[in-house]
Design a protein around this ligand. Structure first.
Ligand code: ADP
Ligand code: MG
Length: 724
């Protein structure tokens, strides 16, 4: 029998019924109905203004004020007609969250009347005074002003709550001195850098008509749903987003009965509600299913331009969280809410392409497109090898540390999976068997007949952090709670850099009179000889791979954030971002400072909370049980029976462990309070605090196994994962 509080929560859950929402309108009626998209603009704007907007979206640059005024007016009228009285500049600070600054359209007139007003200036420039957003020292507080500006490539939309609408405008957030304070600005810059270099390479390949090249992203979001009545009894889920204590339930995920099983009705009703809202917002939700762990699910959209996909990904997280609440659930986006079962990731599917050449990571059907593919793919190989530690650093968060390197997610060693077919081709290139020397117009050996590299589900290696999946790469080490912007910035920049190197090599070889094929294969051979070590098709979880990767292949193993984040301070990383105009040194330093601080704060909050829970919830419960035991043992003795003391002694020992773990943790927390140096600070978190937290957890979980269930204060794993 669970404790009375837990029992009441379970009863409440059993009385729950799926929350019905109004019948679904057809897709036509629903799709993007809350988006101020191109269609809406076209009908609301004059031909001249609309063309100018289209041109700015396509070619970048600033809207001129007369155009901005016209757009702002149309936007305001559209929003007012839908019932919005406020607008918000939405921006993406360095914390993985979404931030909003709300303002009313209202302007009072002296005569007691009020009108709604929204100008081009307000559209393209807001001033949110984001002085309390972490900025890593870019601005001191006395001059802590930044401004937001509409990113015209991402459309405005209406956010609905039961009580009305708000017009939301996706923006960049920069300081008055021009430094990026957000995640969107570098993403846009990284896309331009990649575009510049990709067009250069396409030109060298003989293309004459080349449309702007953009990166695309489709992010698969994993999450857990736990009933809110149970979450209310777990301070750790409320504050840290994960369970700090909890014994594995006797049944976990070992039967594999949840994965792709029938979706529970209450959950499906929730999912449909989420999807409907996303459709209205123009987010192309496309797949839903159960994930591996009990209570774990996934939602994935159709891929879109990386910038829009990133905004939509943030929206998806917001909609998931808010909708869950209405359905009596709490949506956990943490990377590892429960020990002992799978955590949640966010696979970032990524490719680059344009309107004229199509997807540049698609092998294609002709020798020419195959050569193009091999060069772009070779650029990815080089980039992932050269900057593997950077790719590790951009997924370094306190939550993700619990996942990476456990046997459920890719290891903290960045390697790359190509699939056996493609790996074979690149290995042949490495040893010079597949050469580009041309006889007349056709190439020798296989290249002209490269088979289609189809996505073969049987051949997909789930243990690789970075995998080729037919026409794109899938970065699988990204955490479920993260913004996808950081990983996309890194991938775009790294690719830009490698394409640029390849283009340099080709230019030199052309000058020396080499043909395209000969030059291309020589460059690819060099790429494979210098960077082929990153290609690995085997089991990424195997201990043997971890040894080989480090000792024989020279790859880095960076198990914790404390190991990975300092990569951002390496000179070659600074040079990489500066060379391509993505982040300057100040901006990069500020990112290190903010991410290190976020990591340390997350660890410290967990430690403080664990301490509090152990002392105020667990210890009293254990003492109560000891009292009961003592009374029972006395009664036994009074009856002339030999008391069995083993249970009392076990609990006594665990209580001793708990008390000393608490003391050690408290001491470590106190002594770590005045850290000036972020490097020391995060090291202390990883090397001292986390092991102490584990120690405390072991004592608490041990007590959970011994105490009377009726006294245990926290909902158990069994209840959290299976009561729905
Ligand atoms: P799986 O679970 O097999 O990896 P999903 O269908 O769950 O596949 O997710 C695949 C994701 O990859 C989707 O978001 C999809 O739109 C995206 N995707 C497909 N093709 C591309 C591409 N060329 N570039 C970027 N993303 C892509
Ligand atoms: Mg996938």
């Amino acid at each position: 029998m669970p404790s009375s509080q837990r029992f009441a929560a379970i009863q409440q859950i059993q009385r729950r019924r799926p929350v019905s929402t109004p019948p679904i309108a057809g897709l036509d009626e629903l799709w993007a109905s809350d988006v101020f998209g191109l269609d809406t603009m076209k009908s609301a704007l004059s031909g001249r203004v609309f063309k100018s907007v289209q041109r700015t979206i396509k070619e970048g640059g600033k809207l001129d004020l007369s155009v901005a005024n016209a757009v702002a007016d149309a936007m305001k009228n559209w929003a007012l007609a839908r019932g919005a009285l406020y607008y918000a500049h939405v921006f993406y600070p360095l914390t993985n969250s979404t931030a909003e600054k709300h303002d009313g359209f209202i302007v009072p007139k002296g005569d007691g009347q009020a009108i709604a007003q929204f100008t081009g200036k307000l559209l393209v420039q807001g001033e949110p005074d984001g002085s309390s957003f972490p900025n890593g020292g870019i601005r001191s507080t006395f001059e802590a002003r930044g401004y937001t500006a509409w990113d015209i490539t991402s459309p405005a939309y209406l956010m609905q709550t039961p009580n009305g609408m708000t017009l939301c405008i996706p923006t960049v957030f920069v300081s008055w001195t021009g430094e990026a304070l957000d995640k969107k600005t570098p993403l846009l810059r990284s896309n331009s850098a990649m575009d510049r270099q990709a067009r250069r390479l396409l030109t060298l390949l003989g293309e004459t008509e080349i449309a702007p090249v953009a990166s695309s992203c489709g992010a698969e979001q994993e999450y857990f749903l736990v009933d809110s009545a149970l979450v209310a009894l777990r301070p750790d889920l409320q504050l840290a987003g994960r369970t700090l204590f909890g014994r594995p339930s006797a049944k976990g995920q070992q039967f594999d009965d949840h994965y792709f099983g029938a979706i529970p009705e209450r959950v499906q009703v929730f999912m449909q509600d989420v999807e409907r809202q996303l459709y209205k917002l123009g987010v192309p939700a496309k797949t839903r299913h159960n994930e591996v762990a009990p209570g774990q699910f996934e939602i994935a959209p159709f891929h879109e331009a990386a910038n829009v996909a990133t905004d939509h990904q943030q929206l998806t997280m917001t909609v998931l969280r808010n909708t869950a609440r209405r359905h009596g659930f709490t949506c956990l986006l943490h990377e590892k809410p429960f020990a002992g079962i799978n955590g949640s990731g966010k696979h970032v599917n990524w490719s680059i392409g344009n309107a004229t050449q199509g997807n540049l990571l698609d092998p294609g059907k002709t020798p020419h497109t195959n050569l193009q593919f091999l060069l772009f793919c070779g650029a990815v190989i080089r980039g992932v090898h050269r900057y593997g530690p950077l790719l590790r650093a951009v997924v370094a968060t306190a939550g993700n540390d619990h996942r990476l390197g456990a046997n459920e997610a890719p290891p903290a060693i960045i390697s790359m999976y190509l699939g056996s077919q493609l790996e074979d081709v690149f290995n042949q290139i490495r040893v010079g068997e597949l050469s580009g020397s041309s006889k007349g117009d056709t190439m020798t050996l296989g290249v002209d007949t490269l088979p289609e590299f189809t996505k073969d589900p049987g051949d997909r290696n789930r243990t690789s952090p970075f995998a080729f999946t037919g026409n794109r790469f899938e970065f699988r080490a990204v955490g479920s709670g993260q913004s996808v912007a950081g990983p996309l910035v890194a991938m775009n920049t790294v690719l830009a850099d490698s394409i640029s190197w390849i283009a340099d090599q080709l230019e030199q070889r052309f000058k020396a009179g080499e043909s395209l094929n000969t030059a291309a294969f020589a460059v690819l051979q060099q790429v494979m000889q210098e960077h082929g070590a990153v290609v690995f098709g085997g089991d990424g979880y195997a201990a043997e791979w971890h040894r080989i990767a480090v000792e024989e292949r020279g790859l880095e193993n960076l198990p914790t954030s404390a190991d990975a984040l300092p990569v951002l301070r390496r000179p070659e990383i600074r040079e990489l971002f500066e060379r391509h105009g993505v982040l300057n040194a100040v901006e990069l330093d500020s990112r290190f400072a903010v991410y290190a601080e976020q990591y340390a704060l997350a660890v410290e909050v967990e430690c403080k909370l664990a301490l509090q829970m152990a002392r105020t919830l667990i210890y009293p419960a254990a003492m109560r049980y000891l009292n009961e035991l003592a009374a029972a043992l006395q009664a036994q003795q009074a009856m002339g029976l030999a008391p069995s003391l083993s249970q009392r002694d076990r609990i006594g020992a665990l209580l001793q462990e708990l008390t000393s773990a608490c003391e050690a943790l408290e001491q470590a927390l106190d002594s770590g309070e005045h850290h000036d140096d972020p490097l020391n600070h995060i090291r202390t978190c990883a090397d001292t605090l986390m092991p102490l937290l584990d120690q405390l957890r072991a004592a608490v979980d041990g007590l959970e196994a011994q105490l009377d269930d009726g006294l245990w204060p926290l909902p158990t794993y069994q209840e959290l994962l299976f009561v729905r």
